[in-house]
Design a protein around this ligand. Structure first.
Ligand SMILES: [Zn+2]
Length: 465
């Protein structure tokens, strides 16, 4: 009986008084057909008023885990609404809803790091998960197999403080997985309407910016971006495309997936379901008379080989390789059996990027350098040079950080390096040359940002070890 009441709360939650204004029901966009036996969502109100939703009095913790929980009455629908609204407000990239033994843990990935933001009684786990599965069009009864889906939520947000709230659409990729405590759900925000940065906003230093700008303006050659996934490579590539985008240039992309939308360029997304892969995409691009080609990622030697050969016939190719550093990119191309002469003549430059979190300007204060950490990783810091940290405040969810910025290592290929590559130099020889010829190392760029009070020493060490 209790279960029925809970389900009623779940389905009829939209009539609940506590429902926030930004209802996420309205934006539901199911890609997967919903199972017949399961309740379906209605964009319009059903003709008969839904049964009154029983309000569940439960402890609810939100925002500050260290504070004592407040007693509040909330339905799973209202609770989830609050979770989503908060995730959007904080620009969380992922929402993790994980069942523990006695509670449901909600964690957000903010600026690349996971933070727990809420807990709820484990008794409501099933209702919460069912609710999410219903709106994402997943099989509610299937609890022992992983499921994937997508959903779109529409929020009203105030971008202009004086103007009325504007609807903002956020697409999420949703994934469920059975765990020993029940189903865990992760929602990843697909930032289709992400703001494209200008090239001078991504974090390139005054020394690196002219080199990168020159590589982009050259009009031919391959510019490779390397870094872990989530290291800002695509954001930087779009800033670069934005820099060179003009009506007299044919710019075409092939990506998986398209993460930003930029007017004036032809953006294409691979679809493995239909067999439209990077190779097919590249072949199509060639017939589209391109000047600039952006390939989301080079994953195989066929794509690598085509990309480099396109650069040799006068196209500018921007792409990414999933390697950690500059030397890794060269060795990866060699492993892909690309001829040394082709690498040397096609490659214009390689850029490695990491993202560091920026100190929250609202709670920024002078701090002591992290001596233990520095000792462990052999980092020295000149005496008397101040470092800062965020003490934690409401604006940064007590993390001390807001937003992220890139740190970069940039290498422009020059004649001696081309010579080394062609002559069959080994990795050690290449490494020695690269180390002494990069514009600045990741750490040098990072430490400059520490000196300028943009980030912390801990952040730079964390992303460069
Ligand atoms: Zn703060």
């Amino acid at each position: 009986m209790l279960l029925i009441n809970r389900k009623a709360a779940l389905e009829g939650g939209s009539s609940d008084k506590k429902e926030p204004k930004n209802s996420w029901d309205e934006g539901v966009n199911n890609e997967i057909p919903q199972p017949e036996e399961e309740p379906t969502e209605h964009k319009e109100k059903p003709p008969a008023p839904p049964p009154p939703a029983p309000t569940i009095a439960k402890k609810m913790v939100f925002a500050k885990p260290e504070e004592p929980p407040k007693e509040e009455e909330v339905t799973p629908t209202a609770w989830l609404n609050e979770v989503f609204t908060e995730a959007v407000r904080l620009q969380a990239s992922d929402i993790h809803i994980t069942p523990e033994k006695e509670y449901i843990s909600v964690r957000f990935r903010l600026n690349g790091m996971i933070h727990e933001v809420a807990r709820w009684d484990i008794d409501y786990h099933e209702m919460v998960i069912s609710r999410i599965k219903v709106i994402a069009g997943l099989q509610v009864v299937e609890k022992n197999i992983p499921q994937d889906g997508r959903l779109e939520l529409i929020f009203e947000t105030k971008t202009d403080p004086k103007g009325p709230p504007q609807p903002q659409s956020i697409n999420f990729r949703i994934s469920t997985m059975p765990t020993i405590n029940g189903e865990a759900v992760v929602l990843r925000a697909l930032n289709r309407e992400g703001k494209i940065l200008n090239m001078n906003e991504v974090g390139l230093s005054e020394t690196a910016y002219p080199t990168v700008s020159k590589m982009m303006q050259r009009g031919h050659g391959v510019v490779l971006m390397t870094g872990h996934s989530g290291s800002g490579k695509t954001t930087t590539l779009y800033a670069a495309l934005n820099l060179i985008n003009s009506i007299d240039k044919a710019i075409i992309t092939i990506e998986d997936p398209v993460e930003y939308r930029l007017d004036g360029i032809r953006q294409s997304q691979v679809s493995f379901a239909t067999g439209y892969d990077f190779q097919n995409g590249l072949r199509a691009i060639l017939r589209q008379d391109p000047d600039v080609i952006m390939i989301g990622e080079i994953r195989d030697n066929e794509t690598a080989s085509t990309a480099l050969r396109l650069a040799l016939v006068g196209r500018l190719v921007l792409t990414t390789l999933h390697t950690n550093n500059i030397i890794g990119a060269i060795t990866r191309l060699l492993e892909m059996k690309i001829e040394r002469s082709v690498i040397a003549s096609a490659l214009t430059g390689i850029i490695t990027e990491r993202l560091v979190r920026k100190i929250c300007p609202n709670c920024k204060a002078e701090a002591l350098p992290p001596y233990d950490l520095m000792k462990t990783f052999g980092v020295e810091w000149p005496e008397g040079v101040k470092v800062y940290e965020g003490k934690g405040c409401d604006q940064c969810l007590h993390t001390g950080f807001i937003d992220r910025v890139g740190i970069f290592e940039v290498l422009e290929l020059d004649e001696p390096l081309m010579g080394l590559i062609i002559s069959g130099a080994n990795i050690t020889e290449l490494e020695a040359y690269v180390e002494s010829h990069v514009v600045e190392t990741l750490r040098e760029d990072g430490f400059a940002k520490v000196r300028n009070g943009i980030t912390t020493l801990e952040e730079v060490i964390r992303v460069t070890i």
